[in-house]
Design a protein around this ligand. Structure first.
Ligand code: BGC
Length: 482
């Protein structure tokens, strides 16, 4: 195998690396500029006129106390898997028991037919209940929290009008419609004994689940296939809800849907590769921020860079090699980048093997260095831009000392994502250097509790409690809460 010494990367390739560094590096000044614009856009989303960040009120109107109890089902329709859980919130403060099953979301469902999607979901639920409770037809209806992690308008907690599909989903006949009746019709057909108590977003679930065990948690984030955040706003600061005359200090969780930040391309430093990602996606013009950060896109950005360096540059990389496998769109996911960044060997032998086995390409030493640097640049940019969102919410709310609960494959598995994000937050918010490396940051982004399981159950519990107390705002079907 070729073992180039990285000191002597040929000049042309070194130039390409420099060029990529220029395109993908986001310096402190830019991070601050993005954050300031982000904060304004959050405000705009809450206004009557609205903006490109949806800032969806969720009708989750309290943090949990830790004393919630009961047994709930939770269904999580994420980007990759479908998960069904049964969660028991126990008498013991902030404790719970959980049983769960995961079902792979068949790829073809994501761009298929709406009925097939709902049938598949109903089948999974049916199977889960049958396995854990026996004959579903003999059971009382169980309360369910449905984590539907796409932008949805909610005039009520038990409805959700899909604003648009994200994360590569493209199923006809769902956008612009309330998904709850579609879901309910499918479970009724299948005879699944369920009553829907709440439709929730994964970020809201993450916020609530994290706050259940840690009262310092103020923001819930997902950095996974998609990316987004939720936080608790005061109703008095949500002009678009003014007509409801809710007490101004009543809390309301807001699902920001910040993936849509800068859809009008005012501040984000987009590269030609980001432009292609957008143009070739099922929803061009949408999710500008998400498309630079989320797991679904990181591998694709990387792939586009390499193909470009092969096709269009004076000294092509992978010269005289067949790159047909690399030409396949979305063939590399973010775990491919993770593996490159994690390669422990000086000569990047693991990366070499990865390219050989997955792509039939044998990169030489200097090319391996370019590959590694490209992965680092893409991963670092994602982490640094993510921090702008966290900083923007913190600035808007005046949070100077809190915890942020984060979940998702990129946050949990992408190497250095946490440290790079923390470093960017430090730069944006002008924190002094730590005296002791073990010291907590003023705003610390930590691994969250399970939002779409425990979070969904807690939100179902909080909603049941609210209805019991006669607080009927944002409840469409009170009969389901008896
Ligand atoms: C969706 C959000 C979701 C995020 C993380 C985005 O694509 O629009 O609703 O919270 O992905 O799953």
């Amino acid at each position: 195998m070729p073992l180039g010494s990285f000191q002597d990367v040929p000049k042309d390739l070194a130039k390409e690396i420099e060029n990529l560094e220029k395109q993908f590096t986001v310096d402190t000044a830019k991070l601050k500029e993005i954050t300031d614009h982000f904060k304004n856009e959050l405000e705009k989303g809450l206004s009557v006129e609205g903006g490109s960040i949806p800032m969806n009120p969720t009708w989750v109107m309290a943090f949990p106390t830790g004393h919630e109890t009961g047994t709930y089902l939770a269904l999580d329709m994420g980007g990759t898997n479908l998960r069904v859980c049964e969660i028991t919130l126990t008498e013991q403060k902030s404790e719970f028991d959980i049983i769960q099953s995961k079902y792979r979301m068949p790829e073809e469902l994501k761009t298929g037919d709406a009925d097939e999607l709902w049938e598949y979901i109903a089948d999974c639920l049916h199977q889960f209940i049958e396995t854990h409770h026996g004959d579903p037809s003999k059971l009382d209806k169980l309360p369910l929290g449905f984590t539907f992690s796409y932008p949805a308008t909610q005039n009520y907690i038990d409805e959700g009008v899909l604003q648009r599909w994200t994360k590569g989903f493209d199923i006809d006949g769902v956008e612009g419609h309330n998904v709850v009746p579609m879901f309910e019709a499918a479970i009724a057909r299948r005879g699944v004994p369920i009553k829907l108590s709440a439709l929730i977003n994964d970020t809201t679930g993450t916020l609530i689940a994290s706050a259940y065990t840690d009262t310092k948690m103020k923001i819930g984030c997902i950095f996974g296939t998609g990316c987004n955040a939720a936080y608790m706003e005061d109703c008095g600061s949500i002009p678009k809800l003014a007509h409801m005359n809710l007490p101004p200090d009543t809390p309301m969780a807001i699902n920001c849907e910040w993936g849509a930040f800068d859809n009008e391309h005012k501040v984000l430093p987009r590269t030609p590769y980001d432009v292609i990602i957008d143009k070739d996606s099922p929803r061009p013009g949408q999710q500008a921020f998400e498309k630079m950060i989320a797991g679904l896109y990181l591998g694709e950005i990387f792939r586009l860079v390499l193909v470009d360096l092969h096709d269009n540059h004076e000294t092509p990389i992978f010269a005289n090699q067949d790159i047909s496998k690399l030409r396949k769109a979305y063939s590399l996911d973010s775990s491919f980048l993770s593996a490159i960044e994690e390669d422990p060997f000086e000569n990047l032998s693991e990366t070499f093997e990865l390219f050989q086995t997955k792509l039939d390409i044998s990169p030489n030493g200097p090319e391996l260095e370019l590959i590694r640097r490209t992965a680092e640049l893409i991963g670092t940019r994602a982490a640094r831009l993510s921090a702008c969102g966290v900083a923007a919410i913190s600035k808007k709310k005046g949070y100077t000392n809190c915890h942020v609960g984060a979940d998702g494959s990129v946050f949990n598995k992408y190497p250095h994502f946490k440290a790079r994000g923390a470093q960017a937050l430090r730069e944006i918010l002008d924190w002094p250097e730590k005296k002791d490396p073990k010291e907590e940051d003023p705003i610390e982004i930590l691994a969250a509790e399970d939002g779409s399981g425990v979070g969904a159950a807690l939100i179902a519990a909080l909603t049941l409690q609210r209805v019991k107390a006669g607080l009927m705002h944002g409840i469409l079907h009170p009969e389901n809460f008896k």
